[in-house]
Design a protein around this ligand. Structure first.
Ligand code: SAH
Length: 257
């Protein structure tokens, strides 16, 4: 028997980047079998539309800048729902284990003696690479893929280890990086990365409103202002994400054929 949400248990479920077709079959099954779904602002409308009408939907969490007090309130909601015997799904954008505050919720639930399980989802970086027709890793060019959060509380510095991040043979995905585009560009260049390093700015990945823009590290601050607006935006930095990379791959395949 496949996994199902049982009364008094919680599933942390990855909703993927927005397109309901990028939801796993397991996630869809869990959504249909839940009695209540607590979802984040990032979860796509098309995914929510798959939830049957008799399942209670509760919006929790802001798009960004959530405070720990809000997280405590969410933890409490989950614990109460599980204790009331609900079949609880906690639905999160992308993959729950990537900048999704899933461990806070798992710890709180475990401390309350509630069983919690996780269903993974497609993370924004994977979907952005797919949308742009590039590969996050690339033989000979990108031996490392790093996922970094560029989220900061207002007025605080980013506090990232720029020397470690400025590796020319890696692809770096900056989540929550739109407001930090200037800092990212300046700091990576100061740490030795070339200003000509390819950058992909990816907004609303996998949705009809998806926008992908290829630029370079030194032009990133201007490009981010032009494209982003107030939408979920991922920045991919590294040689592997160059705009002509997909065409190069096709040309190489043709040569080999
Ligand atoms: N758990 C999520 C990430 C949560 S952090 C995941 O695995 O994808 C929120 C950040 O994810 C956003 O600020 C943005 O940088 C990125 N993101 C999530 N969905 C996105 C989308 N559809 N398009 C572009 N970026 C997205």
């Amino acid at each position: 028997m496949a996994d199902m949400p049982h009364p008094g248990e919680v599933w942390l479920v990855g909703a993927g980047p927005g397109d309901p077709d990028l939801l796993t079959r397991k996630a869809e099954r869990l959504l249909r079998a839940a009695s209540v779904v607590f979802y984040d602002a990032l979860v796509g409308a098309g995914v929510l539309a798959l939830i049957p009408g008799n399942v209670r939907q509760v919006a929790v969490g802001k798009r960004s800048g959530r405070h720990s007090k809000d997280q405590d309130a969410i933890n409490t909601l989950l614990v109460h729902a599980a204790r009331a015997g609900e079949r609880v799904v906690r639905l999160k954008g992308g993959d729950p284990s990537i900048f999704g505050r899933s461990s806070e919720e798992m710890v709180a639930l475990a401390a309350a003696g509630i069983r919690v399980q996780v269903c993974p989802g497609i993370t924004a970086a994977s979907a952005a690479a797919a949308g742009a027709g590039v590969s996050l890793s690339l033989r000979g060019l990108a031996r490392r893929v790093q996922f970094v959060t560029a989220h900061v509380r207002a007025g605080e510095p980013l506090g990232l280890d720029w020397a470690a991040l400025a590796d020319p043979s890696s692809t770096t995905a900056f989540y929550m990086g739109r407001n930090a585009a200037g800092d990212i560009s300046r700091n990576l260049i100061a740490a030795g990365l070339s200003g000509a390093t390819p950058v992909l700015i990816a907004c609303d990945v996998s949705l009809d409103s998806e926008q992908l823009l290829h630029t370079r590290l030194d032009l990133l601050p201007i490009a981010a202002k032009v494209i982003a607006g107030d939408r979920p935006t991922l920045l991919l930095v590294g040689e592997a994400v160059a705009g002509d990379r997909a065409q190069t791959a096709v040309a190489m395949a043709e040569q080999l054929a």
